[in-house]
Design a protein around this ligand. Structure first.
Ligand code: C5P
Length: 236
């Protein structure tokens, strides 16, 4: 990425309870700027939880992966526009009309919000794509859904770090690209299969990396987050 847009770290706040989440944020303090709230905590604690995180000074990535008829998704975006959220996910496979309606609601109600399209879930293999009657390769299907999303006006994509190079080659520097599956050198891969280091992902063109367990399970989460951010600044 360019000097104006260094790759940024987002913590995946994948914890079970509000108390655990806030205890972790107390430990992290200002070693962190961005927090991803996913379905588990959002369905348990709702919009107020998002407001509380933003009140602590963090920027919020709300990872709800919306997928429904265009009107319902647009209304959900309109509701989310009342919250302090800067990044929001939806499924590219909802189709062009759903993506366009979502983007229109974003522009009308929260122009500073950026929508991110999830292309193919990294949990899907080609056998599973076949079972959905998708006959192309995963890479070709990712590109197809990325085309659909960006043509519909969506601001960015969530993808595996291994897809960064082909997507940057195809779409240039403009789209936001967010990559999970990141592991600093020496940390456990957990069940993630296609991983990259923070430095490699930043160099390959990631706008934001999402990191969960390597920080959440570290003996010193703040030091680990600070070390990852330092690695990203060197790469940018
Ligand atoms: O703990 P870890 O760093 O593996 O967490 C990665 C985060 O990114 C999790 O919240 C996971 O749900 C999310 N994610 C992912 N792969 C995707 C999309 C999202 O790992 N393709």
């Amino acid at each position: 990425m360019s000097d104006q847009n260094p790759c940024k770290l987002i913590l995946a706040l994948d914890l079970e309870t509000r108390e655990e989440a806030f205890a972790m944020l107390d430990r992290l303090g200002d070693s962190l700027e961005w927090v991803k709230v996913g379905l588990q905590l959002f369905t348990a604690y709702g919009p107020n939880f998002v407001r509380e995180i933003a009140d602590r000074g963090y920027k919020v990535f709300l990872d709800l992966k919306l997928y429904d008829i265009p009107n319902t998704v647009a209304k959900a975006v309109q509701s989310i526009a009342t919250l302090p959220v800067e990044l929001l996910t939806l499924h590219a496979s909802g189709g062009a009309e759903m993506l366009e309606w979502a983007n229109k609601a974003r522009a009308d109600y929260s122009p500073n919000l950026n929508l991110l399209a999830v292309t193919v879930l990294t949990s899907m293999d080609e056998a599973q794509l076949r079972s959905l009657n998708v006959l192309s390769t995963t890479e070709a299907h990712v590109k197809h859904l990325a085309d659909l999303s960006l043509n519909a006006g969506i601001q960015g994509l969530v993808c595996s770090s291994l897809e960064l190079s082909p997507l940057r080659a195809r779409f240039g520097n403009d789209p936001i690209i967010v990559t999970p599956g990141i592991r600093p050198k020496g940390s456990s891969a957990d069940e993630q299969k296609r991983i990259m280091t923070p430095h490699a992902a930043a160099t390959a063109g990631s706008s934001y990396i999402v990191v969960g367990r390597p920080i959440l399970k570290a003996d010193d989460p703040a030091a680990t987050a600070a070390a990852i951010r330092a690695e990203l600044n060197v790469a940018s």
